[in-house]
Ligand binder design. Structure first.
Ligand code: SF4
Ligand code: SF4
Ligand code: FES
Length: 286
């Protein structure tokens, strides 16, 4: 555990610890392989690994490249490999890490673009391939939308956990199958395939079953669950994939048929009583 020191900041004494950040460096323009660079930084309690990298960039080395946006665990863009684990940099407290050396690398299973920033297009393409949106047999219905489709609270409950995915790609970087088969659809895309198959508003289950039922699809997953262990949103993609396998089998055995998607919500819900303290909805903007 690094020794704690007192520093003066804005007239107040702040306790800090000195950490050594060993950061992976790769410059595609130089093409001379990768290396590590060390930066020493005094860090106060509450500093995240992302905060530390931002300070290193501002104070010590403005050539350091990494990706981030929201800084609050929502956008999914600050995935990095810290002390051997895929994490969101903005959700990882430096004080919570063991020892006084913090090793920061790009996420495994992706091509490195520069330093910590990697190319996640492969994951987005896989995500796109499972059609992660509501499909209806009558495609004109969606082109001329007349309202919202009904979803019961029970159906929302069933898929809710899987809707939390922020597409950070940590699961794919932890997956041993993805490491050995670059064509494997991966936990993110397969979990989303299940999420949409089970959505009662959707009519595309058969289409998605055909997409995931192959040697690089759901059957390739051997349920090691590393994906679920690193997911920062508790999505549990490993569980979704096992449920997806069951869905595929039921479809193939004709025990599950593509049902009709839910109807449009009625303009006025019968017998609905509004609570008195609920304000009026704002005017529609679109
Ligand atoms: S399932 Fe979890 S780890 Fe995978 S992309 Fe979604 S939020 Fe990230
Ligand atoms: S459970 Fe499946 S998708 Fe998740 S890490 Fe293991 S092999 Fe990969
Ligand atoms: S910066 Fe958005 S999730 Fe970390």
């Amino acid at each position: 555990m690094p020794e704690e020191k007192k520093k003066e900041r804005a007239g107040e004494k702040v306790e800090t610890r000195t950490y050594t950040f060993q950061v992976f460096r790769f410059d595609p323009d130089k093409g001379d392989g990768s290396s590590h660079r060390e930066y020493k930084l005094d860090v106060a309690r509450g500093t995240t690994v992302l905060d530390a990298l931002i300070r290193i960039k501002e104070e010590q080395d403005n050539t350091l490249s990494f990706r981030y946006s929201c800084r609050m665990g929502v956008c999914g863009s600050c995935g990095m490999f810290v002390n051997g684990l895929p994490v969101l940099g903005c959700q990882t407290q430096v004080y919570d890490l063991d020892g006084d050396v913090v090793e920061v690398k790009p996420l495994p299973n992706y091509d490195v673009m520069r330093d910590i920033a990697c190319d996640q297009m492969s994951m987005f393409e896989k995500h796109k391939s499972v059609k992660p949106y509501i499909l209806r047999k009558d495609t004109k219905e969606l082109d001329n939308a007349r309202g919202e489709y009904t979803q019961t609270p029970e159906n929302l409950d069933w898929i809710y956990q899987f809707t939390y995915c922020i597409k950070c790609g940590l699961c794919l970087s932890a997956c041993p199958t993805a490491a050995s088969d670059s064509e494997f659809a991966g936990p993110q895309a397969l979990a989303q395939a299940y999420r949409y198959i089970k959505d009662m508003r959707d009519e595309g289950a058969k289409e998605r079953v055909d997409i995931v039922d192959n040697s690089h699809g759901c059957w390739r997953c051997h349920f090691a669950s590393s994906c679920s262990q690193v997911c920062p949103k508790g999505v549990d993609p490993a569980l979704a994939i096992q449920l997806l396998k069951r869905e595929v089998i039921l479809h193939r055995l004709w025990l599950r048929r593509q049902g009709k998607g839910s109807e449009l919500m009625p303009k006025k819900i019968k017998d609905a009583k509004r609570k008195e303290d609920v304000p009026d909805a704002p005017e529609k903007t679109v």
